[in-house]
Design a protein around this ligand. Sequence first.
Ligand code: PRX
Length: 630
Amino acid sequence: MSGKKLSGEVFYPSEEVIERAHIKDWEKLNAEASDDNEKFWEDRAEELHWFQKWDKVIDDSIKPFYKWFTNAKTNIAYNCLDVHVETYRRNKLALIWEGEKGDFQAMSYYALHRETCKFANVLRSLGVEKGDRVTIYMGRIPEIMIAMLACARVGAIHSVVYGGFSVEALHERIEDSESKVLIVQDGAYQRGKIVPLKEIADEALKRAGGIEHVVVVKRTGQDVNMEFGRDMWYHELMNLPIATKECTLEKMDAEDPLFILYTSGTTGKPKAILHTHGGYMVGTYTTLKYVFDIHDDDRFWCAADPGWITGHSYIVYGPLLTGATSFMYEGAPNYPYPNRWWSMIERYGINILYTAPTAIRGLMRFGDAWVKRHDLSSLRILGSVGEPINPEAWKWYNRVVGNEKCPIMDTWWQTETGMFMIAPMPSVPLKPGSGTKPFPGIDMDIVDEEGNSVKSGEEGFLVIKTPWPAMLRTIYKDPDRYVEQYWSKYPGMYMTGDSAKKDEDGYFWIIGRVDDVLKVSGYRLGTAEIESALVSHDAVAEAAAIGLPHDVKGNAIHAYVILRAGVQQSSELKEELKKHVGHEMGPIAKPENIDFVDSLPKTRSGKIMRRVLKAKALGQDPGNISTLDE
Ligand code: PRX
């Protein structure tokens, strides 16, 4: 990044990578963005289509309710599809998809545009209007992309619920969003088994009101309950005369909501993070283009799930905005064998692979031979996201998968940020385990309790000091919580909830969460949500959940449970409680281990001191326990 010699272990990019990169001189771009942040983003916005241009790039008159590209008119779905259909990209592949069973589908920009328009007409015929919420509860199949884009086209706000969530998680997200329509699959393939999404949805709908119509995509084909008047098959709706390929597009204000996405916080109730059409579009487009150096002939594989922000921004919106070909795979990485991913990279000629450290560690366990069976020479760039990547996994990824020629883009960001915030570009020297520096135009710092910058090498709270285009605008229906959660600790600074350090070269090193949020296999879960799932079982009086280090998952959930009076402890009950959490929240939230206890460490005001539990489990000193109740 600078001419000076960098400290520590450094990997310099090859001439070949620099030669091809959009951004050969990171320093220059960063200086340009720091000098005039508004102009920097305005220039990037100019590369996209607007029905009407903005009055102002940033409106900060009511902080922290920032607005971007005020009074501009656009639609992200128009930029994802219509603009390409007007060019030579019409017949280019927008999406390549492989099912877990080995089935395959490819859709050109023309085809994806057509299917999106048809489904947008279907949504309108079901009464969906601009501003209405639509819940999408699906796995990784092409129709999830069509459903999201169709919502955007008609101006509806999609709320995608990850297909790995279960009854209660889905219920509370449907209820909170006040969705009118639910789009679901009969089932999803996962490791050769069927996850009965429609059945789970039926149970959730018994608990939640408000859904008028359920659209069911047939994927696994088993018998499912179809409630007359409420449930309809996707393929039948798409064959109706109303499902024409002409569909008027809703011209959206840049600040109109595009989607809400629920994420875990410090309380039991997940937060609906709200993103908009304009700023989110500019942010995801620019970051993907520069960080993964997207060129027109690239096949980009973000191996996340569309149900999380990574999938929203970098399977669906980002790749289509840049006119790339996005690859989506339905199933498990090691199904039927541990070479599944490598085989697909070889067969489809994937150029860029973006995944999470947990997946890398999981595949690394199977050994190099599974990778080496395949020709991965199409790969040019690799990426990592979701949690800090340990140097051992970084090096394996670099050596075995990337053949020491693919730079690894370690991207730090959040559901709330919408786009990459700390990330290198291919021409930037890398240090394993660091995402390098904030993206140009992003001002981030590490501060102490009082909000003062800490010295290099010291640990502190990671904050963001300037607004950015893809920033969340609010927590849906809860603006007070938005202010309280993110902007109240230090006025004018966004609190990320992470701790971090900066080294002498200005490189950022993420340490982890400082709140009661856990990253388990890269998934974000709140300890409070796991606890409330446990407490919803009749046998449980109180519960506490913590994360303990795990070789593959990063963190594994350990729970401490106080049983109700008269309930007998048993190993069967432990298994039943794990199953119960799986049923209510989803398999990802199942505790690895449950201990029955008589009491929990609490503060005098009754808050569970999870750090005391964690220190005890790890045999460490619990630190300051002056607030611990007797
Ligand atoms: O703790 C950070 C971690 O993931 C959190 C955000 O989680 P979520 O909203 O689910 O979004 C994940 C994908 C964007 C952050 O607060 N995190 C994310 N990326 C990294 C990371 N920690 C270290 N390094 C990363 N590259």
